[in-house]
Design a protein around this ligand. Structure first.
Ligand code: FAD
Ligand code: EPU
Length: 335
């Protein structure tokens, strides 16, 4: 059933109040076909958990929210297991279920908000792991034809916070289900120093996937604002990947700053550090601002408008550009 004039506030983690002209939920591809037959050339917005979007104005089109459920073991051997999840499942609940079943590989991605179906969109990542490391394939509904197509790893063209669905195929497909190849004999990834430190303070010597998940949850809870309390969409910008000349220029002024090796001799810098150095950390504009503990996170304290947050992001981009010669790219999807 298609509803009209629906407030999207409960459906985005920024907690922004914007109206959708029309709104429907879908639980399978037949629902999609039925709903899209009534699309009438309306602009379309596919919604998962709404944790990576900024609604800058009312949406004068059709919003469709993914509620496809399902958890299935497709195949299994002594070492690995192929698991399929419905795209509308909550990502964190999927991770928890896999850990309970003893399936490893995504424990570092605990507590990332949103749906399983959105996870390939930007190849979600945290604490040294990205979904591309365990991704097997996905099924997606081709909006123009109504056909369901399968995408393998290569076809998704994953990169840092990137996939083909954000680029060449943007707006063309709706992801229905995702398969992951998980492990039974786990190779834990505790390369992020913070995980080791947290495991130590938890008193854990021989960590399990459950311990690593718990450590990640503890670290994330201490750093990132809980969207249930303060509206946000996680990192608003991507960490920039820059040429050596930029690194050299920053080194002239700062003895130490976070930097990580990136492909092709480039360096990844921490956008949060750049924004903090530019003086924006903790800036409070009443109803919105820059988070006090993590400058990469823009927040809605309640009652702000997406357009205000968009404008704040533009100012930060300008300022970081003038101070460091680096143009920050938004991670959050503008609607
Ligand atoms: P939405 O916000 O609903 O949608 C995001 C985009 O994907 C939109 O363009 C939407 O149209 C499209 N889309 C959604 N579902 C589908 C589908 N089934 N088919 C086609 N298109 C679709 N991200 C990370 O990578 N790492 C982190 O550590 C991380 N931490 C976060 C912490 C917090 C507190 C918050 C609020 C966000 C964080 N994020 C992080 C960002 C966010 O959680 C992820 O991007 C997540 O995958 C978004 O899922 P969603 O279902 O909420 O997507
Ligand atoms: N930093 C500052 N000031 C700040 C914030 C960070 O100096 O205000 C410094 C930190 O001290 C650290 C470095 O920047 O040296 C990196 O900070 P952090 O470890 O908090 O990670 P991040 O780079 O800010 C990225 C991802 C997160 C992911 C974490 C953990 C991006 C854009 N963000 O954040 O993903 O959870 O690493 O792996 O890549 C998201 O995408 O929404 C997200 C939250």
């Amino acid at each position: 059933m298609i509803h009209t004039n629906v407030d999207l506030q409960p459906f985005n983690t920024f907690g922004l109040s914007c109206k959708a002209k029309r709104f429907a939920t879908f639980s399978n591809s037949q629902d999609l076909t039925d709903i899209l037959s009534e699309r009438n050339n309306d602009e379309l917005l596919v919604l998962g958990g709404g944790s990576n979007i900024l609604l800058t104005q009312d949406f004068n089109g059709l919003v469709i929210k993914n509620e496809i459920t399902g958890f299935e073991v497709i195949e299994e051997n002594d070492e690995t297991v192929l698991v399929e999840s419905g795209a509308g499942e909550v990502w964190h609940e999927f991770v928890m279920r896999c850990i309970e079943e003893g399936f490893g590989g995504i424990e570092n991605l605990s507590l990332i908000p949103g749906s399983v179906g959105a996870s390939p969109m930007q190849n979600i990542g945290a604490y040294g792991v990205e979904i591309k490391d365990t991704f097997d394939s996905l099924q997606a509904y081709h909006i123009a034809s109504g056909e369901v197509h399968t995408f393998n790893h290569e076809q998704c063209e994953f990169g840092y916070r990137e996939s083909v669905f954000k680029r060449a195929l943007k707006g063309k497909y709706i992801i229905l289900s995702v398969r992951f190849r998980l492990t039974k004999n786990h190779k834990l990834n505790t390369s992020y120093g913070a995980i080791e430190t947290e495991l130590q303070s938890m008193g854990v010597e021989n960590p399990t996937i459950k311990d690593v998940s718990k450590a990640v949850i503890n670290i994330r809870s201490s750093k990132l604002p809980d969207p249930k309390k303060i509206g946000n969409a996680g990192s608003f910008f991507k960490n920039p990947v820059v040429e050596q000349a930029i690194v050299d220029a920053i080194s002239q002024k700062y003895q130490q700053f976070p930097q990580y090796p990136a492909p092709n001799g480039k360096t990844k810098l921490a956008a949060g550090w750049l924004i903090e150095q530019a003086g924006w950390k903790g800036k409070d504009f009443g109803t919105y601002g820059v988070h006090k503990n993590q400058a990469l996170v823009l927040v809605n304290y309640g009652g702000s408008k997406g357009a205000d947050i968009f404008e704040l992001a533009q100012q930060i981009i300008q300022d970081v550009k003038s101070k460091f010669g680096i143009v920050l790219e938004r991670e959050v999807n503008m609607i």
